[in-house]
Design a protein around this ligand. Structure first.
Ligand code: IPD
Ligand code: CA
Ligand code: CA
Length: 286
């Protein structure tokens, strides 16, 4: 496969000038590893091993998730032995201050995977000094590779991606997901009640990473979710930004790795979404 990266600018100051070649090499390897592991999880869908519950009885994990993560980390470590690695299924704590950090969600959309639905993706992000600079998603059942490098554009199977230009909320198709916690589902339902009558429609595809890649590709106009983790979206947010999108927490505050809510869209829809989703918190509003 040929990776077109556009006219990449050097994003770093002279003091921390980074070899763009080193980033390109990492992105290329991440795509290769994701495709390799993608083939494996596709071919072995009937042998997922044990399925367990994690944070709640609606949050599932299988032996395959753990196996996939090990293969991704081993594959990348082979090429980049001095980098740091952390994945959703890692037992050790995240080294937040690591200079060169890979963040992996081995299967985003595990429930879909276990139910033989095609919407799931291997998600690999690369952080340099705390800033996400590479995002790679491979969707094995859809035959799609999404990838982006900071200041280099976002791409799907070699074609550059641009966020949608829908500027009216009433015309916006919005991707979303529901919390795993039953208590939060109950608490957050007003946000959905406010937004649904104001937009074109919702889509809940079961993989936040893939929904954000679809947003970058203009297949959705916006995305929001009231409970997710940074590793669900770390790679996909590089795609969104490189396709011309913006993102924040639900209250409009800047998003970082400690955030657990997300709104993403083009810059015109974004303030409209923040406004309507914040209604939940306003007094006397149902
Ligand atoms: C989940 C998916 C889902 C989203 C959840 C995530 P997982 O990730 O992205 O769409 O609604 O918040 O946790 O558990 O399949 O890796
Ligand atoms: Ca996962
Ligand atoms: Ca996930």
């Amino acid at each position: 496969m040929h990776f077109f990266l556009g006219n990449m600018k050097n994003i770093f100051t002279t003091a921390e000038r980074i070899d763009i070649g080193m980033l390109k090499e990492r992105m290329k390897e991440a795509i290769k590893v994701a495709q390799h592991v993608g083939r494996f999880i596709k071919e072995n869908r009937e042998q997922v091993g044990e399925v367990r519950m994690k944070s709640s009885n609606t949050d599932l994990v299988s032996d395959m998730d753990i196996h996939a993560q090990k293969h991704i980390i081993d594959g990348l470590k082979n090429h980049f032995p001095t980098d740091s690695f952390w994945g959703e299924e890692s037992e050790e704590a995240l080294e937040e201050n690591a200079h060169q950090l890979w963040v992996i969600d081995p299967i985003d959309g595990t429930t879909n995977y276990l139910y033989h639905l095609p919407f799931c993706a291997i998600s690999i992000a690369y952080y340099l000094s705390g800033s996400p600079v590479i995002g790679v998603l491979h969707a094995p059942f859809l035959g799609e590779d999404f990838y982006a490098m900071r200041d280099g554009g976002a791409f799907r199977n070699g074609k550059q991606l641009f966020i949608s230009q829908t500027h009216r909320l009433s015309e916006a198709l919005i991707g979303t997901g529901f919390p795993y916690s039953l208590e939060l589902r109950e608490k957050e339902k007003k946000r959905y009640n406010h937004l649904l009558p104001a937009c074109l429609d919702f889509r809940c595809l079961g993989s936040a990473a893939l929904e954000l890649a679809y947003l970058a590709a203009g297949r959705l106009d916006a995305f929001f979710e009231p409970e997710l983790h940074f590793y669900d979206v770390a790679a996909a947010l590089v795609l969104v930004e490189e396709a011309g999108g913006v993102y924040s927490q639900i209250d409009g505050a800047p998003w970082d790795i400690t955030s657990n809510t997300l709104i993403a869209s083009n810059p015109v829809l974004h303030p409209q979404l923040v406004n309507i989703l914040q209604k939940r918190n306003r007094k006397n509003e149902e």
